[in-house]
Design a protein around this ligand. Structure first.
Ligand code: TYC
Length: 117
């Protein structure tokens, strides 16, 4: 019986006819764009309008005009989008708003939800 000599590396050359070889198919990898999340603020009857406007300016970088428009939309429609971000950033914005509202004693609510494409 033929045995390998353990001190001698076995170097085998692939057969010229390709027998025993494996063909790797080229697969095109499609990378999905990161899913985006919108931060939605909800209306309530107690949070002062001025507080909502300040929150929109401070955490969502809105100017006074834009912040006022968004606040009024929330007040009239029940909810409004404050901004669209990656998942982590959106979750952080929600935490910041809820903490600021809690500290100020207001019941302001805010959620994040995936943007439908
Ligand atoms: N409805 C509130 C009021 O009349 C104002 C308000 C606006 C509260 C937007 C929450 O997300 C909100 N004082």
């Amino acid at each position: 019986m033929a045995t390998n000599n353990p001190s001698k590396p076995v170097i085998s050359t692939p057969p010229a006819d390709g027998a025993g070889s494996v063909v790797l198919e080229r697969l095109t990898q499609r990378v999905q764009p990161p899913s985006m999340y919108q931060v939605v603020m909800l209306n309530d009857d107690y949070t002062p309008m001025e507080f909502v406007v300040v929150v929109l300016q401070e955490f969502f970088s809105k100017d006074l005009e834009a912040a006022t428009q968004i606040m009024l939309k929330i007040h009239l429609d029940g909810r409004g989008v404050c901004g669209v971000y990656s998942k982590d950033i959106a979750a952080t914005k929600v935490d910041q708003v809820l903490e600021a509202a809690h500290k100020a004693g207001h019941p302001l609510q805010c959620v994040c939800e995936p943007v439908d494409l």
